[in-house]
Design a protein around this ligand. Structure first.
Ligand code: ZN
Length: 461
C-alpha cells in the first residue's frame, strides 16, 4: 500500500493546482450482473470467441507487445479493477472489441492500420473504457428490462423474470448485438479513453485522429473492412472536438514519442497475412459441418449433484451446474447458462403458474386449457401420445409430451425438433403449477434422467 500513497502524494503536489479533479468519472447505470458474474460471462464468451476466430497465441511477439501496451493502459483505467486481458485476432479487417469483465480483442488489421503507437493505444484505451463502463452488460440489462418475449413460449412467458432469464443467456460472442455500441456509449468510451491515454502518457488526440481516418476511408471507399469497426463503434459526432475539449481540461504534459517497439511490431505485422472475414466465416462453416452444434456442451450436461431452490410456492432441486433465472416469487427458468439464448430456452426447465378460466376446472380440464394456450402462442407445437396421470410426491399431476422446434439449428440452418415435456399439478385454489422440461428431441434421452430427478424433488407448498 505504500507505493500508491507515495505516488498519489507526488502527483497531488504536481498537478493539483492545475486540477486533478478534472478526470472523467465512469458513469453508472442499471446492471443486472454482479461483478463476478460479469467476469464469468466475459471468460465464457472469450473462450467462445477463441473458437470462432483465429486468435494469435499468447506467445506471439505481436500479442506480447499488445499485452504490455494493454497492461500499461489498463493500469490507468478508473473504477473497478477488472481482470483485463488482451488478444490479437489474426484478421485483416480493422476492428476491436471488448467483452464484459476484461477481455479485449484487437484485429491484426488495426495494428497494420495504425500510424503510431498512440493510435493503437487510442483504440485500446477506448476498448478498455467500454469494459470500465460495463457497456455490454448495461445494454443487455436494459434489454432484459424491455421484457422480450421468448420465442418458444411467446405469450405465456412475457414475464419480466423470464425475459431476464432469456437475456441472461445473451451471447457476447463474435457479431453479437451487445458488442455494437450506442453513440452514447461511444462518447463515454472516447472521454474515458482520453483520460486513460493522457494518464498513460499518450496524446489522446491520436485516438480521434485514427477514428477519423477510418471514417474518411470507410466512408469514401465503402470499405467493408473499415465499416465493421464503425458499425460496432459508431461516431457519436464531433469525436475530435470532444477529445480536444477533454484534453483542454487537463494540465499540459509531454507525451510519449513513438516507441521503437511499435516500429518493429509494425514491420512484423506488415509481413503477416491475416485472414479476411470471409475466410474466417468459411472456416467456421467448415468447422460447423465437422462438429455441428448438436452435442450438449459440458456446461449443459447436467451435474448429478443437486442444489435446492426455495420458491414461495414450491421447492425443487436442480443440477448444481445450472442456474435459476428468476426469484422466489416469479416464474422461473432453471437452465444451463449456455442453454438459454437471446430469445429462447434450448435446454432447461420453465416453472410457472397457469390460472384456468374456471377456477373450479378439474386438473384434466385445466391442463387442456394450458396446452391450448401454449399452442396458441406456438402454433408449431404438437402433442405426441396421450396425456398421462402421474403422481409427483403424492400429488396427482398430468404429464404431456409436445414436439416443437428448437432454437438450435443443424448445419443447414434448419431447427432441430424440440421435445417439451409438460408436467402440471393443481393447487387447492385451482391454479396449475407446471414445469416444461425442454431439450432438442435428439438429446432428450440424455437429459431425461436429470429432468426426472428434478421432478422427484418437487414439493408444492
Ligand atoms: Zn466503442
Amino acid at each position: 500500500m505504500l507505493r500508491p500513497i507515495i505516488s498519489l502524494t507526488l502527483s497531488l503536489c504536481l498537478v493539483l493546482p492545475l486540477g486533478l479533479e478534472a478526470r472523467v468519472e465512469p458513469t453508472h447505470g442499471f446492471d443486472i450482473f454482479s461483478q463476478d458474474e460479469e467476469i464469468q460471462l466475459g471468460k465464457e464468451n472469450a473462450a467462445q470467441v477463441m473458437k470462432q476466430v483465429p486468435v494469435l497465441p499468447d506467445s506471439d511477439p505481436v500479442t506480447q507487445y499488445v499485452q504490455r501496451l494493454g497492461a500499461k493502459l489498463s493500469d490507468h483505467a478508473p473504477g473497478y479493477k477488472w481482470p483485463y486481458n488482451f488478444h490479437v485476432v489474426n484478421v485483416k479487417e480493422i476492428n476491436a472489441f471488448a467483452l464484459p469483465g476484461g477481455p479485449v480483442f484487437i484485429n491484426l488489421g488495426t495494428i497494420q492500420a495504425a500510424d503510431n503507437e498512440g493510435q493503437l493505444a487510442g483504440v485500446m484505451a477506448h476498448e478498455i473504457s467500454h469494459v470500465v463502463q460495463r457497456h455490454g452488460t448495461r445494454a443487455a440489462s436494459k434489454q432484459m428490462g424491455a421484457q422480450l418475449p421468448l420465442a418458444i413460449l411467446g405469450g405465456l412467458m412475457g414475464n419480466s423474470t423470464l425475459a431476464k432469464a432469456a437475456e441472461l443467456g445473451i451471447s457476447f460472442g463474435v457479431g453479437s448485438y451487445f458488442l455494437k455500441n450506442s453513440r452514447r456509449a461511444e462518447s463515454e468510451a472516447d472521454l474515458l479513453g482520453t483520460d486513460i491515454m493522457y494518464d498513460t502518457g499518450y496524446d489522446p488526440r491520436q485516438m480521434a485522429v485514427f477514428f477519423e481516418k477510418l471514417e474518411k476511408q470507410g466512408g469514401a471507399a465503402a470499405n467493408s473492412a473499415i465499416n465493421q469497426f464503425l458499425s460496432d463503434h459508431p461516431n457519436p459526432g464531433n469525436r475530435a472536438q470532444a477529445v480536444s475539449a477533454e484534453v483542454a481540461t487537463l494540465p499540459p504534459r509531454n507525451y510519449l514519442s513513438d516507441s521503437s517497439e511499435f516500429a518493429s511490431v509494425k514491420q512484423r505485422v506488415a509481413g503477416m497475412k491475416p485472414l479476411t472475414s470471409e475466410q474466417v466465416a468459411a472456416m467456421q462453416k467448415q468447422g460447423d459441418n465437422q462438429a455441428p452444434q448438436t452435442q450438449a456442451s459440458a456446461d449443459i450436461s447436467p451435474s448429478s449433484t443437486l442444489k435446492p431452490f426455495h420458491h414461495n410456492d414450491y421447492e425443487i432441486s436442480y443440477p448444481e451446474n445450472w442456474q435459476v433465472f428468476g426469484d422466489q416469487s416469479s416464474n422461473v427458468t432453471i437452465a444451463p447458462r449456455s442453454g438459454v439464448s437471446q430469445n429462447a430456452v434450448a435446454y432447461g426447465a420453465i416453472i410457472a403458474n397457469y390460472q384456468p378460466e374456471d377456477s373450479a376446472a378439474s386438473l384434466d380440464a385445466a391442463t387442456h386449457e394450458l396446452l391450448t394456450s401454449l399452442r396458441q402462442s406456438n402454433s408449431e407445437l404438437r402433442q405426441i401420445g396421450h396425456d398421462e396421470s402421474i403422481r409427483v410426491n403424492g400429488v396427482t399431476g398430468k404429464s404431456v409430451d409436445l414436439i416443437g422446434s428448437s432454437p438450435i439449428k443443424d448445419a443447414q440452418g434448419r431447427p432441430f425438433e424440440e421435445r417439451d415435456w409438460v408436467v402440471a399439478s393443481q393447487r387447492r385454489d385451482g391454479t396449475l403449477l407446471y414445469i416444461i422440461f425442454i431439450s432438442p428431441d435428439k438429446d432428450f434421452g440424455t437429459m431425461r434422467p436429470a429432468f426426472e430427478h428434478m421432478l422427484r424433488t418437487l414439493r408444492l407448498r
